[in-house]
Design a protein around this ligand. Structure first.
Ligand code: AMP
Ligand code: MG
Length: 344
């Protein structure tokens, strides 16, 4: 056990100094809180796997604050990578690119590619600039658990296991970045996020997408098996592992009328037009007395609250969380990906 320093935004240089010193510090980004370490220090990178309990075959994303820093990680960007960077960086998009020769195997899990992102969150950018080197930052949670979108949630999983947490605001998006493989000439989405497939298709007409869900894919808009390349597991190693799971059982449903009799400690996470929420909530609390309720007014709201709701349910010992499915388009693909894996 070590003491985890709570670091205020005003003390951001303390966080930078710890990272320069090879220590682990969690910090906010626009997606979720990341667990940072110096990407070019193999010992520091190794500590991340230990603190998170992360399988060593799941590579990390390196975060940069300038295109200059990209040269320390990736070989020359392909035309596709250049277009995606110009359009979406800084932002919640991670690009898988051919790596430079001397990167540590711990960072890339021995692959010949590296995943890189330039975040847009001003605190994250400031921190990376102060360190002056790329920072690896997987989600700041114990492996397999829902990602942390507040610094308090980071501490629930990692207090005593990391050196510091930079105590910023809750994250804006609440889901991890979109991951796109740019090494084969056409974009292949390995993980859905807030930069949607539709947004990528607007800048590059052909775009393949692979749901990272391992089991059968429900819903009419899911990918067909033909869309999922055979070597997908090798190319996106993180997708082989359990992910995003609260302690409670997660059960998916389409509409509220489908919810039959619910017993025990349950929670319901739904989505409805903003104006209908008060009526729906009073209906639900009458039908399911004692159930913990969260009805979101938009897809953005649903994405932003999902992981925190899972964590609240865990702290209140909820046994089952009933989550409403959303349409698999736009940000809905990212939401459904997390729900599929949480319930799988
Ligand atoms: P996390 O940082 O926990 O949000 O997870 C990072 C994600 O990026 C995982 O799904 C990894 O499998 C994926 N990833 C990282 N590096 C690579 C790479 N070189 N090739 C393919 N996927 C990668
Ligand atoms: Mg993660």
């Amino acid at each position: 056990m070590r003491t985890t320093q709570r670091i205020t935004i005003e003390q951001i240089q303390t966080a930078a100094d710890l990272l320069i010193d090879g220590k682990l510090v969690a910090f906010p980004t626009e997606t979720v809180y990341g667990l940072g370490a110096d990407a070019l220090n193999p010992q520091a990178v190794a500590k991340i796997f230990e603190a998170k309990g992360r399988p060593s075959d799941n590579p990390l994303i390196a975060h940069i604050a300038s295109l200059e820093q990209l040269k320390q990680l990736a070989r020359e960007a392909s035309p596709l990578a250049k277009i995606l960077m110009e359009r979406f960086w800084p932002g919640p998009l991670t690009l898988v690119m051919d790596k430079v020769a001397d990167l540590s195997d711990a960072l890339t899990a021995g692959l010949d590619t590296v995943a890189v992102r330039m975040p847009e969150d001003p605190i994250a950018l400031d921190l990376i600039r102060r360190v002056g080197r790329p920072i690896v930052a997987p989600s700041a949670n114990r492996s397999g658990r829902p990602s942390a979108t507040t610094w308090e949630s980071v501490l629930i999983d990692l207090d005593g296991r990391i050196d510091g947490v930079l105590c910023g605001p809750p994250t804006r998006i609440g889901l991890e970045s979109t991951v796109v493989d740019t090494t084969t000439g056409e974009p292949l989405i390995l993980r859905h996020g807030a930069i949607t497939q539709e947004m990528i298709e607007r800048v590059w007409s052909s775009c393949r997408s692979s749901s990272s869900h391992l089991g059968p894919i429900s819903g009419s808009n899911g990918p067909t098996p033909a869309e999922v390349p055979l070597d997908f597991g090798r190319r996106s190693p993180g997708t082989r592992h359990r992910h995003y799971q609260p302690k409670a059982r997660v059960v998916l449903f389409d509409s509220i009328d489908q919810l039959g009799k619910l017993s025990g400690a349950v929670a319901i996470l739904g989505i409805a037009p903003k104006g209908d929420i008060p009526a729906i909530e009073s209906d639900l609390s009458e039908k399911f007395p004692g159930a913990k309720l969260c009805v979101c007014g938009s897809l953005d709201d649903y994405a932003g609250r999902l992981f925190e709701f899972f964590r609240e349910c865990d702290s209140e010992n909820v046994a089952a969380i009933f989550c409403q499915r959303v349409e698999r388009s736009g940000l809905g693909r990212a939401v459904m990906d997390r729900l599929d894996r949480a319930s799988g």
